[in-house]
Design a protein around this ligand. Structure first.
Ligand SMILES: *Cc1c(COP(=O)(O)O)cnc(C)c1O
Length: 449
């Protein structure tokens, strides 16, 4: 029955000569395109054998659709309004950091070499002094992310012993990563104290024993408990640690280096403030509020940092030259006082008037409506402190429009709220404005044809 149809299916090599597929071959290579073509032909054969009608004219479009849907890293325009979006790679780098990465990537660097003496040095030296100066820390070490910073710190300072932590701070960071699991991975034993909403200093006091290695505080990051709550002030925890001879480790999550309260975010601890208050070690991510590359910063007392940096696990979590180049350049911007060049801060610092003007422009170009709205900074920071923004709403079926924008070139990530498609301009970088306008126009074209 379908044998004649089966025989009419084109051969792989003929399909690969198709102009659109040939252009895909120049981009990603013949084997990858041939694999997709074979997949589509296999499905066509299966359909024909089952007696399902199959339109040969759809073969090339299907191949193109599958090629487009392949998961690969692409730059996308973030019009969600969430400035630090983990699914979108968190903080975009400042131009100077981008240049530093490019240069380091293109050639060799003195990653572990002291150019004055010609002797071997430590890769950490590229950023240590700047971190210490910015935080008022004795020493610092950098690893791949803050989760690694936590595991490494607990391993080096508490493996086989107990870490005392408040029950209300046993957070899940996102993507299923939970503080208790991270602790288990470190070989330290979790000693939970207090209750979900109330933990008092006496709870920590009671739990301290011969097995205690340290007191851990974890910033609640992505959630808040409201109502009848109590947790000891950092100062009280530090006083207790001093009395008992136990170090206090403060996992603040998002390492703010400037005061975010100027943008209405009053809930973010400053990394320097934690050390100034007497925390022995502070841990935070470099790609959240700091606005740098993915990395975890461990800073504090030299004696403890030395133990952490000597732990064999450091070797498994050490950052590469690209990360260190980007981080060093980002830290330099802070030290020069040029933090407005750091993308996250630049986006946050845009005035509502500027955003309104741009939104008006975009709205008239794409037939949308501009209005004021609110958004969140993201990245587990200030989950209940919104920041002002301006959005452009696009009329039409929101889910379908969002899908078209996602599949455009460049892909645009929008926000859907109450069945409405919103383009939030707070998180769109200045160099992306024109591209955004074009992408929205292109997305609307099929509708008007
Ligand atoms: C985000 C966060 C982490 C994990 O940081 P990564 O850099 O994503 O590994 C750890 N602790 C807290 C409190 C956080 O907010």
């Amino acid at each position: 029955m379908a044998d004649a149809d089966l025989r009419r299916l084109p051969a792989v090599h003929l399909l690969l000569a198709d102009a659109a597929l040939a252009s895909a071959i120049t981009r990603i290579g013949q084997p990858a395109v041939a694999e997709v073509v074979r997949g589509v032909l296999d499905d066509a054969r299966t359909a024909l054998r089952a007696g399902t009608p199959f339109d040969l004219a759809t073969i090339v479009p299907q191949c193109l659709a599958r090629l487009a849907a392949r998961h690969r890293l692409r730059t996308v325009i973030n019009a969600t309004g969430v400035l630090i979006h983990t699914n979108l790679g968190r903080a975009p780098l400042a131009d100077e950091a981008v240049r530093a990465v490019t240069e380091a990537a293109r050639g060799y660097v003195n990653l572990e070499l002291d150019l004055t003496t010609g002797k071997r040095s430590h890769r950490n030296d590229a950023v240590k002094d700047d971190i210490c100066a910015l935080l008022g820390a004795e020493s610092a070490v950098v690893v791949n992310n803050c989760a690694a910073a936590t595991v490494l710190t607990l391993r080096a300072l508490a493996a086989g012993r107990e870490v005392i932590v408040a029950r209300g701070e046993l957070v899940e960071i996102g993507g299923g990563f939970r503080i208790p699991d991270i602790m288990a991975a470190s070989g330290a034993t979790l000693r939970e104290v207090g209750t979900t909403n109330i933990t008092r200093i006496a709870d920590y006091e009671k739990a301290i024993g011969a097995q205690s290695a340290l007191l851990l505080r974890v910033h609640q990051s992505n959630f808040r408990i409201r109502g009848f709550t109590a947790s000891p002030a950092l100062a009280d925890l530090i006083a207790l640690g001093r009395r008992e001879g136990l170090p206090v480790i403060d996992d603040i999550g998002s390492g703010a280096l400037v005061d975010y309260s100027q943008w209405g975010m009053t809930d973010e601890p400053l990394a320097a403030a934690s050390l100034a208050a007497g925390a022995d070690v502070v841990l935070f991510s470099a790609d959240k509020l700091l606005g740098g590359p993915q990395a975890g910063i461990i800073a504090g007392k030299k004696s403890l940092i030395d133990r952490i940096a000597r732990d064999p696990f450091y070797r498994a979590t050490r950052p590469c030259k690209l990360t260190l180049a980007a981080l060093a350049a980002t830290l330099t911007l802070y030290r020069r006082g040029d933090w407005r060049q750091i993308s996250v801060l630049q986006l946050l610092d845009q005035s509502m008037d500027d955003l309104r003007q741009r939104a008006q422009e975009l709205a008239s170009a794409v037939g949308g409506v501009a209005r004021d709205d609110t958004t969140f900074v993201g990245g587990g920071s200030c989950p209940d402190e919104s920041i002002p923004t301006v959005v452009v709403t696009i009329p039409g079926p929101a889910e379908e429009l969002a899908a078209r924008l996602r599949n455009g070139d460049p892909p645009v990530m929008a926000r859907i709220h109450n069945g409405e498609l919103l383009l939030d301009l707070r998180s769109v970088l200045p160099h992306e404005w024109d591209e955004l306008k074009k992408a929205v126009n292109a997305m609307q074209e099929p509708r008007t044809k």
